[in-house]
Design a protein around this ligand. Structure first.
Ligand SMILES: Cc1cc2nc3c(=O)[nH]c(=O)nc-3n(C[C@H](O)[C@H](O)[C@H](O)COP(=O)(O)OP(=O)(O)OC[C@H]3O[C@@H](n4cnc5c(N)ncnc54)[C@H](O)[C@@H]3O)c2cc1C
Length: 381
């Protein structure tokens, strides 16, 4: 159910001001500390950001996909690590539960996820299983009222803070995705351990780490959906997550374009602002055109998803186009800033590194191409 238009406009206005006044001034600090200040996380909770996508009946804001994408565009106008603080609760960490949870599972977890009292992560990737995600090797073996879970998950966002993991593990001998089930695994079960956060290229402040499961007794009641449904659930979660990521890419691109306009308007070379040089204008025009195209694709796909259409292909196309687009926009931004674009003080090089991740996680660009081609062939055009 969509929010009343006035309420939604007020939410957008609040998020826009929060980004401009509270988050942007902290970007350099977050980069240096590789952490989001706790007081900011508390402000995010108070604004309801952890529960954007969770139904009102469970204490969330219950936004539609189109509304969530518009909020994600606003949140893209600052370092993407801020969004990651609640990104897994809004997206990949919670949506398996939203899509396939029983009423009991939802009532137990969703209210705490929505208010940020529980951080949740999505654990699909493994050391030897990345793009070929149906090949998961983590095993869950039924033993009476529990499954015994063993394996290692890799690059898990927010693993260091999470109290709950949605874990995809092999329960059957069927090949590929058909043998995979999904589980809700609380951090405090015996045998769960978290590795050291990885050192990364960008998005400092958003942490990823290994999660190891050593013969963890997971109650049967914690399985999401039926045995063998886990891979399908994970793909539905990613269909949704990809649209959200595409929306964030649009926001970062819009931010970079605004920074370029401000810089090019005051930086003078050859006796005039560089914005008056047509070769600079050409770069601005290319960036603006691509950002507008991505925004339209994201919002149209989100609206179609809200209307109940199958948007697997469109969501993959949105993520593919928007993530490649924002990389090009960031590259042009470095060029427009010249030497300053390469120097840390201006923040452009930081965003250039930050956006690189968007072409890799939640399915690389190559995997999006494969999905788009598969669906296009299936649909006959
Ligand atoms: C910062 C960060 C956060 C992450 N967060 C999470 C998380 O929260 N949860 C989670 O489960 N995972 C997470 N991931 C994992 C991420 O989803 C994977 O890294 C990604 O899916 C790619 O898998 P891979 O790294 O194993 O690369 P690989 O699959 O080894 O791919 C390497 C290269 O081969 C290409 N390739 C692979 N198969 C094909 C093919 N069939 N055709 C053409 N090219 C192909 C890829 O596109 C890529 O270019 C995260 C990763 C990072 C870096």
């Amino acid at each position: 159910m969509a929010l009343e238009p006035e309420l939604f406009d007020a939410l957008i206005d609040t998020v826009r001001r929060f980004v401009a006044e509270r988050l942007r001034p902290l970007e350099a600090e977050v980069e240096a500390a590789d952490a989001i200040p706790e007081h900011i996380v508390e402000e995010m909770k108070a604004l309801g950001l952890f529960g954007l996508s969770i139904g009102e009946e469970h204490g969330g804001l219950g936004l539609t996909m189109a509304e969530e994408c518009r909020v994600a565009i606003e949140l893209g106008r600052t370092t993407p690590a801020f969004r990651s603080a609640f990104g897994t609760n809004v997206g990949i960490g919670s949506q398996g539960l939203v899509i396939a949870g029983t009423p009991e599972q939802k009532a137990h977890w969703l209210p705490r996820i929505a208010r940020g009292a529980v951080i949740t992560s999505f654990a699909l990737t493994e050391p030897d299983v990345g793009s070929d995600s149906a090949a998961v090797q983590t095993r869950a073996v039924r033993d009476g009222d529990v499954y015994r879970l063993s394996g290692t998950k890799r690059y898990i966002t927010n693993a260091d803070k999470a109290q709950l993991f949605t874990v995809m593990a092999r329960t059957g001998d069927e090949a590929g995705g058909r043998g995979v089930s999904a589980f809700l695994v609380p951090r405090d079960l015996p045998g769960v351990s978290i590795g050291e956060p990885e050192k990364k290229m960008g998005q400092k402040g958003a942490r990823v780490a290994d999660v190891r499961f050593d013969d963890v007794p997971v109650p049967v009641a914690n399985r999401l959906g039926a045995e063998g449904e886990g891979f399908r659930i994970a793909m539905q979660v990613l269909d949704r997550g990809r649209l959200h990521i595409a929306a964030v890419c649009v926001g970062v691109a819009e931010r970079l374009i605004a920074d370029c306009v401000a810089y090019a308007s005051q930086r003078r070379q050859f006796g005039k602002p560089i914005a008056e040089h047509q070769l600079i204008q050409a770069m601005l025009a290319d960036s603006k055109t691509e950002a507008l195209a991505a925004r339209a694709l994201v919002l149209e796909t989100a609206t179609a998803k809200d209307a109940g259409s199958n948007t697997t292909m469109e969501a993959a196309a949105a993520k593919y186009f928007a993530s490649e687009m924002v990389s090009r926009v960031a590259d042009r931004a470095v060029q427009i800033f010249g030497g300053a674009g390469y120097i840390a003080d201006y923040g452009i090089e930081r965003l250039y590194r930050d956006v690189r991740l968007f072409r890799i996680y939640e399915g690389t660009s190559q995997i999006q191409q494969l999905i788009i081609a598969r669906e296009t062939l299936k649909r006959g055009g």
